[in-house]
Ligand binder design. Structure first.
Ligand code: SAM
Length: 208
């Protein structure tokens, strides 16, 4: 694939269909490109927070699992029961090759997820809740499918938090007694090579 800046190419997708097509096309090169051009740190950084709270035997949902980089890091930390869910079947096929997930599901965040209520012990979603990807409204479904007492850990750019409905949704869920904020990280540089000006925060919530 020849696109100069893959991240900008992805962001310029017009709707879920094009986004899915572009991730399908990128899937085979995604890991190598992110390592070479961006030094993507999101999975490692988030897994440190996740492991502080979530026991190793937990049944975990990796929402927007992509090629499985989060699954690889969590498996190294001793987690064994992880389900991968993503919009793109091409990305899920790459994730399958990693041999770190128990299940694979093609679903769209922002729509109703085809999992029972309280099904997972904890959920992680890294690099997915952002502009042109999964909207703030998808947090409702992540809360529904995660059992009370379980954790939801996700990354968010501070500008997206402020400007795309996430702040209102996250505070609203807390005011409605759906979850409680456990921790919000410092702003961290997660694409130090390609996009050194882009920062993410890791948010940790406990479902009520
Ligand atoms: C930047 S990648 C991150 C993948 C992985 N979590 C990681 O840390 O490398 C974003 C992933 O989110 C998926 N995605 C984007 N919008 C989505 C949505 N609405 N529902 C489910 N997955 C979505 C994409 O297909 C892609 O695999």
């Amino acid at each position: 694939m020849e696109q100069e800046n893959k991240v900008q190419w992805i962001y310029s997708s017009r709707g879920n269909e094009e986004l899915e097509e572009r991730y399908d096309q990128w899937a085979q090169d995604y890991d190598a490109d992110l390592e070479r051009d961006y030094k993507w740190q999101g999975p490692e950084v988030a897994a440190e927070f996740f492991a502080k709270y979530v026991p190793k035997e937990a049944r975990i949902l990796d929402a927007g699992a992509g090629t499985g980089l989060v699954g690889v890091v969590l498996t190294k930390k001793g987690y064994r029961d992880i389900a991968a869910m993503d919009l793109s079947t091409g990305m899920l096929e790459e994730a399958r090759k990693k041999n770190v997930y128990r299940e694979f599901h093609q679903m769209v965040m922002g729509e109703t997820l085809d999992f029972p209520t309280d099904f997972f012990d904890s959920t992680i979603s890294i690099g997915v809740l952002t502009v042109g990807h999964a909207p703030a409204s998808s947090l409702d479904e992540l809360v529904r499918v995660t059992r009370p007492g379980g954790y939801i850990v996700f990354s968010l750019r501070p500008d997206v938090y402020e400007g795309s409905g996430f702040k209102e949704k996250m505070i609203g869920l807390e005011n409605n007694g759906k979850w409680k904020l456990v921790e919000a990280s410092e702003k961290k540089q997660v694409l130090p090579r390609g996009e050194p000006d882009v920062f993410h925060q890791i948010w940790v919530y406990r479902v009520i």
